[in-house]
Design a protein around this ligand. Sequence first.
Ligand SMILES: Nc1nc2c(ncn2[C@@H]2O[C@H](COP(=O)(O)OP(=O)(O)O)[C@@H](O)[C@H]2O)c(=O)[nH]1
Ligand SMILES: [Mg+2]
Length: 353
Amino acid sequence: MKVKTFVANSVQEGMQLIKRELGPEAMIIHSRKVRQKGLLGFLTPPKVEITAAIDSNRNFSSDEAKVLPKQWENELGELKAMVAQLVSKQQKQELQADGIFSSYLQKLRARGIEEKVAEAILIEAKKQYGANGTLKEEVLDLIVQKKMKEFLPTDKLPPKAKIVVFTGPTGVGKTTTLAKLAAHLSLYQNKQVGMITIDTYRIGAVEQLRTYAEITDIPIEVVMTPKEIEQALEKLSGADIILVDTAGRSANNSLQVRELTTFINRLPQAVIFLVLSVTTKTEDLRLIVDKFRTTGYNRLIFTKLDETSSFGAIINTTYATGLPVTYITTGQNVPDDLEEADAEKLVQLILKG
Ligand SMILES: Nc1nc2c(ncn2[C@@H]2O[C@H](COP(=O)(O)OP(=O)(O)O)[C@@H](O)[C@H]2O)c(=O)[nH]1
Ligand SMILES: [Mg+2]
């Protein structure tokens, strides 16, 4: 068996190198993105490192070598997916066989982190920890925390955001969070805030936001049809930032989500928050994340952190969506119980409750 590692600018380029050097029968055994060391690594795009192996007892006739590449290319995508699965299965088995990692896996699972997410974190940690595992457990703790942070992107509200939409299931705290943010922006950042509510289903839901709007002296427009969005935006054109509330009757009604999407599509370049409660069951969260995808949400807010001591939902969702968390909320008080998300703090919460 001959094993060789190739570094290339793209997967395609890497595959060509492998094909040229090892022939079309080479098998990919591992691939990963790598950055160059030092300053150059920040300035240049990452490269791909592909390790391939070939049974060196096998000799190819040149005919065989000519016929295979085309077929190879057709199957490239499929093969890559298969190999990725194989690798991760092997990595999973390695994790389970390694005492310190298998007990860590249980620890992360007990903190409400889904199995595939816990495995992904630990596979990354294991790479850094080294194969021999002679390092102290405290060192592993630090490595795991670092890897968790990488799986937990956070991001501030862009200072130039003009339109900010709050979507998500009923009862998670969209209206309350919007009111908190509105107060923060107008009180602490001196911004002219406007509000739009497309709260057309629940009688009283409009009133809830209207009450906040009156207290804080923020103009509010109620929108019943997608067409009315433009008028509302026009009326609020003096505002620096417009916060848009949405509502539905039930959490899982796809018709309502579709209807909501037609409203959102009329809002140009919006920051669209998917608001989720950490108290929601893992399976339900998964459904919600999928159901609301059509709204084009691009950031996350987690609410009700004061109501549980299990926060795995946060990292499960950033893993599933790849999206950053912008805010967390920790109680019913407007405007106090709102915080900008901080990855370090979230990791500690997830691990320690
Ligand atoms: N404990 C707690 N309750 C919250 C939080 N955010 C919102 N709530 C409460 O959750 C309930 C539903 O909130 P609401 O804003 O009406 O949810 P919406 O249906 O998504 O708009 C209200 O009783 C809020 O006071 C939070 O961070 N912690
Ligand atoms: Mg509401």
